[in-house]
Design a protein around this ligand. Sequence first.
Ligand SMILES: N[C@@H](CCC(=O)N[C@@H](CS)C(=O)NCC(=O)O)C(=O)O
Length: 296
Amino acid sequence: MASVDTSIPEHATGAAAGLISQHSAEPAVTLYGSWFCPFVQRVWIILEEKKIPYQYVEINPYRKDPSFLAINPRGLVPALAVPPDDHGNPRKPLYDSTVIAEYLDEAFADTTTNTTTEYGAATAAAAAAPRFLPADDPYERARCRLWIDHINTRIVPAFYKFLQQDPSDASALAEARAHFLEQLRLLVREMDDTLPYFLGEEFSLVDAMLAPWAVRLFLLDHYKPGGVGVPAPEHGGENEQDWVRWRVWFDAVHERRSVRGTMSDAAAYVEVYKRYADNTTHSLVGQATRMGGRMP
Ligand SMILES: N[C@@H](CCC(=O)N[C@@H](CS)C(=O)NCC(=O)O)C(=O)O
């Protein structure tokens, strides 16, 4: 029944609620988001990291309101309204978290922008923003995109497969867990040795793209017998070093201000993700997981 997902609580709680209350006026960029959505959190993290002034508008994407479909015809959050340009062209919509994240990284990286529009202050504030894809190294930029693709097409689907797996089928659950952990480990092996993030000292787009699922791993501990299953220290066997590296990344991301600040209360996620854990969600992600189809 459609009501399963439209009954989701209307608003964020915890740190995320505080942040939203500071971002309710209309500035340069508007983020149409849902407090529970990890794809939204990706974009939200980038906005916070780059200190881009933004307005946050809460949407229930399962309602498919015509006013929201006019912004994103796919009916999915996140969607973004980008600022009018200097030539008087109006606000324009953008969607898909990966596309939006790259757009924000590029559009709010330019220190030469010196606009006198009402959005001038906003642009100036973002002038010194860091780049989250390496701006001057095409190979490294391509490598980041490759591993963002791995996150989108391997890790994220494996997360939902694991979360939606019926735990009464112990061998299917073990298989879903093993597959998820292997996809995670393949990414970890690509991480820089100089710690803590994918590219080393600097937080990158790769980190931002995975962080929302990292901070939702506790849901697997909550709902699936045996939990996530990352081997405990000194129990990683031949992969011990990979899991040591994983824990360093995981701790750094967990502590990151932009990540913590965009989280609601743990109990709220537990309630909402029950729809995934018992495999009754009608979300497009949930359906793709069930049918083995392409993620939205
Ligand atoms: N590929 C999209 C996926 C976004 C997505 O699936 N968002 C979910 C919320 S977490 C949504 O809007 N679901 C609405 C639906 O399934 O009908 C992205 O990266 O932005």
